[in-house]
Design a protein around this ligand. Structure first.
Ligand SMILES: CCCCCCCCCCCCCCCCCCCCCCCC(=O)SCCNC(=O)CCNC(=O)[C@H](O)C(C)(C)COP(=O)(O)OP(=O)(O)OC[C@H]1O[C@@H](n2cnc3c(N)ncnc32)[C@H](O)[C@@H]1OP(=O)(O)O
Ligand SMILES: Cc1cc2nc3c(=O)[nH]c(=O)nc-3n(C[C@H](O)[C@H](O)[C@H](O)COP(=O)(O)OP(=O)(O)OC[C@H]3O[C@@H](n4cnc5c(N)ncnc54)[C@H](O)[C@@H]3O)c2cc1C
Length: 669
C-alpha cells in the first residue's frame, strides 16, 4: 500500500455528510481514511472511485425506485449493462499485469452494484474457463459424449437423454452463442479417454436461433440473480471441428490417436477441473463482499435507530444493546478477517496461474494446484455460509425496515444464496479439503511443508495434541493468539479422530466408499471447517500483529482479529471439551466474556469500520444504509418516489362496491 502521508484525503476519500452518524464517527478510536489506505492502497482506492463514479453517472445504471421490472425487462437491462461494462473496459492489460489484484477489485465493485450484470460479464470473460460443465456435483459422471470422427475431422457431441442435459448454465438461457461443454471423450478405436472440454456453437450469431441439433432454453425464475439468464442445453449429434477441443488435458491427432502430456487419468481429471479453483476463489470474495454490503446497512441503521432507554424520555441507539452488538460485531470482525484472506488467496491463485502460463511442470506447481484446490474448496463454504447467516441476521437486526425490499437486505441474501451451491455444493466441496488433509497423515513423522504453508501446523502434530487451554482470565483471552492455539489443537485433534474413525470403519469390513461416508459428519466435515477457520485466523493474526502496522490502527485491528477468532472458536466449544483441550467451567466462561468485552470495545468503532469499506450511497442503494444516517428522511424520500404510492388501487371497486356476502359459498351439506 502507498504510504499514508503522501495522499490527499480530499480528492481520494471525501468526508461523509454531517448527520446523525456523526456521534459515532466522532467516538471512533482511529481515522477511517488512514485505515482505508492501509487496507487497499491509493491505487486501488482510485480504481474503485473510477468504477463507482462511472456507474453512477451512466443513465443505463440508474436505479428505478418503486418500480417492479419484469424478468424479461430485467434480463434485457442486465444485458445492456453487461455490454456497457465491456465498453468501459475498466482495466488495461498493462494494469492487470502490473497488479492482478485489480481484476479482483474491479469485479467486486461492479458486484456491489448488482451481481447479475457482474456475473454475466465475468462469465463472458471467462468463456475460456468453463461456461458449461454439468452433471451436478459428480463431474466424473458427466454423460455427454464427444466422439472423434477421423473421416470428417470432427467431434460429435451427444446428450444421451434428458437427465444428462446441461442445466443451470449462466448466460445460456437467452443469449450465449458458444459454450464450453465438458464431455467424455471417445477415440475412433472406441477407447474412453476421460473428461475434456470443447467449444460448441449453440446459437446462430446473427439470429440467436439454435444451431441444428441443439435444444437450448431458459430454466425459469430463480430465488435471486434474476437478471442473469440461466439455461439448459441438449446436443443431438452436433458436429464441431477438431480444433474445438480445449486441449488442457489432452488432444487427438488427425488419425484419431489420443495424446496427453499427463499420463495418469486421475491427474488429467484434476487438470481438467483445475480452472474451477479460480471460480471458487472469486466466489469466496463475492460472498465476503455481500458481508460488507449487509453490515454497512445494518450497522449504520443500528447506530441511528433508537428504542427504549434508561429513562422514559430517553431512547438510545439499538447498537448500545449487548445483544445487537453480539449479533453484528462478530460478523464485522469476520468481514475484516475474510477480506484479508480473500486478497491473500487471490495472490496464491495468481502464483498458480503464472506457473500455468509459464508452463511450469515442477513438483511445486503441482503442490500449489492441490493446496489452492483444498483452500478454496473450504473457503467458499466458510465465506458463503457466513455471508448467508450475516445477511439474515442483518435483516432481522434492522427490524421491520430490514424487510422492506428497498433497503436491499433481501436482495443481498437471495443473491448470495447460490454462492453456497454453484461452482460446487459447499458440503461436497468440504470433502475435498478433508481428503487433502487426510492425505497428509502418512507424512506426519517426516519433515514436510506445503507451498503456502497452510498445513505446516501438522509438523508439530504430536506435540500440539498435548496442548491445553491455559488462559487464566478474560483479559488473557483478548488476543487472537489464544483462539489460534486452540484452533491448531482442534485441527490436529479432528484429523486424528477422522483418521481413527476411517480405520475403524474399514476394519469393521466396510468398503472404502461406505467407510468414507460414515466419517462425514462430526469428523471430516468439522475438520475441513476448522482447518479453513484456522488458516483465515492465522493469516489475519500475522497481519494484525505485524510491527509495520501503524500504531494508530493496530489496537482496533487486533481487537477485530481476537473477536473473529474467539467467536468462530466458540462454535467448537463442545469439541474442545470433548477432546480434553478445555476443562472446567472457567474456560468456556472466559471465552464468552471475552467475546462480549470485545464487542463492547468495538461498538464505538463500528460505524467508522463500515465507513472504510461501504461503497458510495448510489452503489449501496439502501435508504437505511446511507452515509448521512438520515434514516427517516431517506426512507420517506424513497417511499414517495414510487409512482403509485399515493394512488387508489386499480381494483378499488372490488373493495367498495362488489362486497362479499359472508357465508355465500359455505357448504350446505
Ligand atoms: C497474471 C495472471 C493473473 C491471473 C489471475 C487469475 C484471475 C482469475 C480470474 C478468473 C475469473 C473466473 C471467473 C469465474 C466466475 C465466477 C463467478 C460466479 C459465477 C458462478 C457461475 C456458476 C458456474 C458453475 O457452477 S460451473 C459448475 C461447477 N461444478 C462443480 O463445481 C462441480 C462440483 N464437483 C467437482 O468439482 C468434482 O466432481 C469433485 C471436486 C466433487 C470431485 O469429485 P470426485 O469424488 O469425483 O473426485 P475425487 O476423487 O475427489 O478427485 C480426483 C482427484 O482430482 C482432484 N481434484 C478435483 N477437483 C480438482 C480441482 N478443481 N483442482 C485440482 N484438483 C482437483 C482431487 O483432489 C483428487 O486428487 P487426489 O490427489 O487423487 O486426491
Ligand atoms: C444460480 C446458479 C447458477 C449456476 N450456474 C452454472 C453454470 O453456469 N454452469 C454450470 O455448469 N453449472 C451451474 N450451476 C449448477 C451448479 O454448479 C450445481 O448446482 C452445483 O454444482 C451442485 O450440483 P447439483 O445441483 O447437482 O446438486 P446435487 O449434487 O444434486 O446436491 C444435492 C444435495 O446432495 C448433497 N450431496 C451430493 N453429493 C453428496 C455427497 N457425496 N456427500 C454428501 N452430500 C452430497 C449436496 O450437499 C446437496 O445438498 C448453477 C447453479 C446455480 C444455483
Amino acid at each position: 500500500p502507498a504510504p499514508f502521508k503522501s495522499i490527499s484525503w480530499e480528492s481520494l476519500l471525501p468526508d461523509f455528510p454531517k448527520g446523525p452518524l456523526c456521534k459515532y464517527r466522532k467516538k471512533a478510536s482511529f481515522n477511517w481514511k488512514e485505515m482505508a489506505v492501509l487496507l487497499d492502497g491509493k491505487d486501488i482506492i482510485q480504481l474503485k472511485n473510477r468504477i463507482f463514479s462511472a456507474l453512477e453517472s451512466d443513465p443505463l445504471f440508474v436505479h428505478h425506485p418503486g418500480e417492479e421490472l419484469s424478468r424479461e425487462k430485467y434480463q434485457e437491462l442486465t444485458f445492456l449493462r453487461c455490454k456497457r461494462l465491456f465498453e468501459y473496459d475498466f482495466l488495461t492489460q498493462q494494469e492487470i499485469i502490473e497488479n492482478p489484484l485489480k481484476i479482483f477489485h474491479m469485479v467486486l465493485c461492479i458486484g456491489m452494484y448488482d451481481w447479475s450484470p457482474c456475473i454475466q460479464y465475468l462469465l463472458h470473460c471467462a468463456v475460456s474457463t468453463h461456461l458449461v460443465i454439468r452433471h451436478g456435483s459428480n463431474t466424473k459422471g458427466i454423460r455427454t459424449t464427444a466422439t472423434f470422427d477421423h473421416n470428417t475431422q470432427e467431434f460429435i457431441i451427444n446428450t444421451p437423454d434428458f437427465e444428462a442435459a446441461k442445466f443451470w448454465i449462466g448466460n445460456m438461457g437467452k443469449h450465449a452463442t458458444h459454450a464450453v461443454v465438458y464431455a467424455q471423450l471417445y477415440t475412433p478405436d472406441g477407447q474412453y479417454q476421460g473428461l475434456h472440454s470443447f467449444l460448441v456453437q449453440i446459437r446462430d450469431i446473427k439470429t440467436l436461433l439454435p444451431i441444428p441439433g441443439v435444444v437450448v432454453g431458459d430454466i425459469g425464475k430463480k430465488i435471486g440473480q434474476n437478471g442473469l439468464d440461466n439455461g439448459f442445453a441438449m446436443f443431438h449429434n452436433v458436429r464441431i471441428p477438431k480444433e474445438n477441443i480445449l486441449n488442457i488435458a489432452g488432444d487427438v491427432t488427425a488419425e484419431g490417436k489420443y495424446s496427453s502430456s499427463v499420463k495418469d487419468v486421475k491427474e488429467r481429471f484434476s487438470a481438467a477441473l483445475g480452472s474451477l479453483s479460480s471460480g471458487r476463489t472469486v466466489i469466496t470474495a463475492v460472498s465476503m463482499t455481500n458481508l460488507k454490503l449487509a453490515l454497512s446497512i445494518a450497522i449504520r441503521f443500528s447506530a441511528v435507530r433508537c428504542q427504549f432507554g434508561p429513562t422514559d424520555d430517553e431512547e438510545i441507539p439499538v447498537l448500545e444493546y449487548q445483544t445487537q452488538q453480539w449479533r453484528l460485531l462478530p460478523y464485522l470482525a469476520a468481514t475484516y478477517a475474510l477480506d484479508y484472506f480473500c486478497k491473500s488467496l487471490f495472490e496464491n491463485l495468481t502464483e498458480f496461474y503464472l506457473g500455468l502460463l509459464t508452463k511450469q511442470r515442477s513438483q511445486r506447481q503441482a503442490d500449489i494446484g492441490r493446496e489452492i484446490h483444498a483452500l478454496c474448496a473450504a473457503s467458499k463454504p466458510l465465506t458463503s455460509w457466513t455471508a448467508q447467516q450475516a445477511a439474515q441476521e442483518c435483516r432481522e437486526a434492522c427490524g421491520g425496515h430490514g424487510y422492506l425490499a428497498m433497503n436491499r437486505l433481501g436482495e443481498i441474501r437471495n443473491d448470495n444464496d447460490p454462492n453456497c451451491t454453484y461452482e460446487g455444493d459447499n458440503n461436497v466441496l468440504l470433502q475435498q479439503t478433508s481428503n487433502y488433509l487426510m492425505s497428509w497423515m502418512h507424512c506426519i513423522r517426516v519433515p514436510f511443508e506445503s507451498p503456502f504453508g497452510t498445513i505446516n501446523v501438522l509438523q508439530d502434530y504430536h506435540h500440539i495434541l498435548d496442548w491445553k487451554f491455559t488462559a487464566m482470565s478474560v483479559e488473557d483471552c483478548m488476543d487472537s493468539s489464544v483462539p489460534l492455539a486452540a484452533y491448531k489443537w482442534l485441527v490436529c485433534y479432528l484429523l486424528r479422530e477422522s483418521d481413527l474413525k476411517l480405520s475403524k470403519e474399514k476394519q469393521s469390513g466396510r468398503s472404502d466408499f461406505e467407510a468414507k461416508n460414515n466419517c462425514q459428519v462430526y469428523y471430516c466435515r468439522s475438520l475441513a471447517i476448522a482447518f479453513i477457520e484456522q488458516t483465515v485466523l492465522q493469516r489475519y493474526h500475522d497481519y494484525t500483529h505485524d510491527p509495520d502496522i501503524p500504531s494508530t490502527l493496530q489496537p482496533v485491528l487486533k481487537n477485530l482479529s481476537a473477536l473473529y477468532g474467539l467467536w468462530s472458536l466458540s462454535k467448537h466449544l463442545a469439541v474442545l471439551y470433548q477432546g480434553g483441550y478445555a476443562s472446567g467451567e472457567q474456560a468456556g466462561r472466559f471465552i464468552q466474556n471475552a467475546i462480549l468485552e470485545l464487542c463492547y470495545r468495538l461498538k464505538d468503532d463500528a460505524v467508522a469500520l463500515v465507513d472504510v469499506f461501504a461503497p458510495p450511497d448510489f452503489i449501496l442503494n439502501s435508504p437505511i444504509g446511507k452515509a448521512n444516517g438520515e434514516l427517516y428522511k431517506n426512507i420517506w424520500g424513497e417511499v414517495l418516489q414510487g409512482s403509485k404510492t399515493l394512488n387508489r388501487p386499480s381494483w378499488w371497486t372490488e373493495f367498495c362496491i362488489n362486497r362479499p356476502v359472508a357465508g355465500r359459498l359455505k357448504s350446505k351439506l
